[in-house]
Design a protein around this ligand. Structure first.
Ligand code: ADP
Length: 576
């Protein structure tokens, strides 16, 4: 309401100021014009009187009868209600219609007289010391043979003129005032006519901005403002429809989100929770909406993931353990809104199954070790005592398979041990010595195949921090494989120092591996050629043990190989 009246006030006040200034201007201009016109008319009248007097008074001069002249002037002056003064060329007053000329002072230096003496008509408006009032004087020179002998001066009392002009000004003022009043009334009506629909539109717009999209404006008129109102109504209807659409889309999206079993958490860049779904109860039973995530999920790892997504702005998934539960968390970054979306997949059951499986494998391996060792012992004894070639052959087969089983059990136990401990015990290691020791272990097999074994280690790599026992296992498996799958040529172990990491390359010139196997090579029990692997006593577990050890050291492993040319395992380990 306040705003409406201010709009009306603004229109009316600008109208009033404009009209008032216009009226003042008209008043001033008309007063000035009337005054000027009146003065010009009166001056012209006095000039005409002067001209008609000129003939009459010439006779008095030829007789030098100034007394009769004075009388004549007084008569005429009384008749036409105009002061007439006759002044000689020297300024002496010869006759005057109002006063006794003998008592009057010399008029030589009156401005209108000075002008007339120079031969022109003179005019002046000034205060008369003789009559003590403001007068309008008009003079005209009279000459004989080009010599000025007297000046006729007619004058009017300005008081009368002023009174007349004041009367006129007053009338103009009253008329102006009336026009002003009329204009104000008209402008009030006009302002109301303009402001009312605008005020209606303003209040409607306010209602719309407050969320009431049913608001419409109806004006009982047929002009541009009505078009504006109609456009406003159309626009509001459009907004209403859009709003409805967005609302229903939001509702269905909310339904979808809440029907998802997976927990969903959306946070802004400052960590404030924007959205959750029902599934979040699986993560926490505390209310998260409107709070910061760290008030509820106090976990160092989770905060690390949030920092990572904030910095890298790239989607990723990570396993996360939280209060006896395991989640696979997918972190997504919404660029448009600078928000982070986290979906929690509960993998607790899967993890538990994995643990059961691992335990089972570990238990079975433990249980099998003793009977297998016993079988191996008895087979060896029986083999020594057996003289029959056929039976000896069978014992050899039993021994070979028992050895393979023992190897599998041994590798399985190593793997389950790696998974169980889950961490490494780092110490300073001399890598050259460690590899050299392995050369001695495999010396016999290397010589049997007439292979060359080279070790190449950077001089500046004095020490490396790692788990000695595990790294030994890693080298054993890699060198064992290299010997197993290389019939001629050489095996190279190269270790390079690269700023804060080391690069280990185990290269051979053996049978190589087809590129199609690279992806699955590090899986448990994966072998490229089953019969070959079985023949040479492979378990299919060696490389998965290697990969485990590399990962425990926060490193990575890659393979490069060409069938028939050789294989290269490249391992990068951080040296910190
Ligand atoms: P295995 O005990 O059978 O060697 P691994 O896990 O150590 O099991 O290796 C998996 C498979 O990878 C092997 O069966 C073999 O086919 C292939 N492989 C591993 N190392 C080499 C190598 N140096 N040269 C060629 N093939 C290799």
């Amino acid at each position: 309401m306040k705003r409406q009246s201010s709009f009306f006030k603004k229109i009316i006040s600008s109208f009033a100021i404009t009209i008032l200034s216009l009226m003042l201007l008209i008043y001033m201009f008309s007063s000035f014009a009337i005054k000027k016109h009146y003065k010009n008319t009166l001056t012209q009248n006095l000039i005409n009187i002067n001209k008609s007097l000129a003939y009459e008074i010439q006779d008095y001069f030829s007789n030098n009868d100034y007394n009769s002249l004075d009388k004549f002037v007084k008569d005429i002056g009384c008749q036409i209600n105009t002061r007439i003064t006759i002044i000689s060329a020297k300024g002496l007053v010869l006759a005057d219609s109002e006063k006794d000329p003998k008592l009057m002072e010399n008029h030589r230096y009156r401005p209108e007289i000075e002008k007339a003496i120079k031969g022109e008509n003179g005019m002046a408006m000034r205060y008369s010391k003789t009559l003590k009032t403001e007068m309008l004087y008009v003079t005209m020179p009279l000459s004989i043979n080009n010599e000025i002998f007297c000046v006729i001066r007619t004058s009017l009392f300005m008081n009368d003129v002023k009174k007349l002009i004041n009367d006129l000004s007053q009338k103009i003022m009253i008329i102006s005032f009336l026009v002003f009043l009329f204009s104000i009334v008209m402008s009030i009506i006009l302002s109301k006519y303009i402001s009312k629909p605008v005020e209606k539109l303003i209040s409607a717009a306010k209602q719309v901005s407050a969320g009431d999209f049913t608001t419409r404006v109806f004006l009982d008129r047929n002009d541009d403002i009505n078009i504006l109102a109609e456009s406003f109504n159309e626009m509001t209807e459009e907004i209403q429809n859009l709003f409805q659409k967005i609302k229903s889309e939001k509702n269905s999206l909310n339904c979808i989100i809440s029907s998802i079993d997976e927990a969903l958490l959306v946070i802004d860049i400052h960590g404030k929770v924007i959205l959750t779904n029902n599934g979040i109860k699986n993560v926490t039973d505390k209310e998260m909406q409107g709070r910061s995530f760290w008030e509820i999920i106090r976990d160092e790892n989770f905060e690390k993931f949030i920092t990572k997504i904030k910095e890298e702005k790239k989607n990723f998934s990570e396993e996360w353990k939280w209060q006896k539960k395991y989640f696979l968390c997918s972190f997504g970054y919404v660029y448009l809104k600078n928000e982070i979306v986290i979906v929690f997949h509960d993998i607790t059951k899967k993890k538990e199954m994995e643990m059961i499986k691992k335990d089972f494998v570990s238990n079975v391996s433990h249980e099998l070790r003793t009977p297998l060792t016993a079988i191996k012992g008895f087979v060896e004894t029986l083999k020594e005592e057996e003289k029959e070639q056929d039976k000896l052959h069978y014992f050899q087969i039993i021994e070979k398979h028992t050895n393979r089983l023992i190897n599998i059990v041994k590798d399985l136990l190593i793997l389950s041990n790696l998974e169980e401990t889950g961490k490494v015990q780092k110490e300073s290691i001399n890598l050259y010595k460690l590899v050299k020791d392995q050369e001695k272990v495999f010396e016999k097999r290397i010589n049997e195949k007439s292979l060359k074994f080279n070790i190449q280690i950077d001089d500046d790599l004095s020490e490396f921090f790692g788990d000695r026992f595990r790294l030994e296992q890693m080298f054993i498996n890699l060198i064992d494989n290299a010997i197993k799958y290389t019939d001629k040529g050489e095996i190279n172990v190269q270790i390079r120092n690269i700023t804060d990491k080391i690069e280990i390359i185990v290269r051979d010139t053996g049978i190589g591996i087809g590129e199609e196997h690279f992806n699955r090579l590090f899986e448990r029990f994966y072998v490229v050629d089953k019969s070959r692997s079985r023949k040479i006593g492979g378990t299919g577990l060696g490389l998965s043990i290697v990969k485990h050890i590399v990962l425990l050291h926060d490193g990575n492993i890659n393979v490069e190989s060409k069938t028939g040319k050789g294989t290269e395992f490249i391992i990068n380990l951080p040296n910190i």
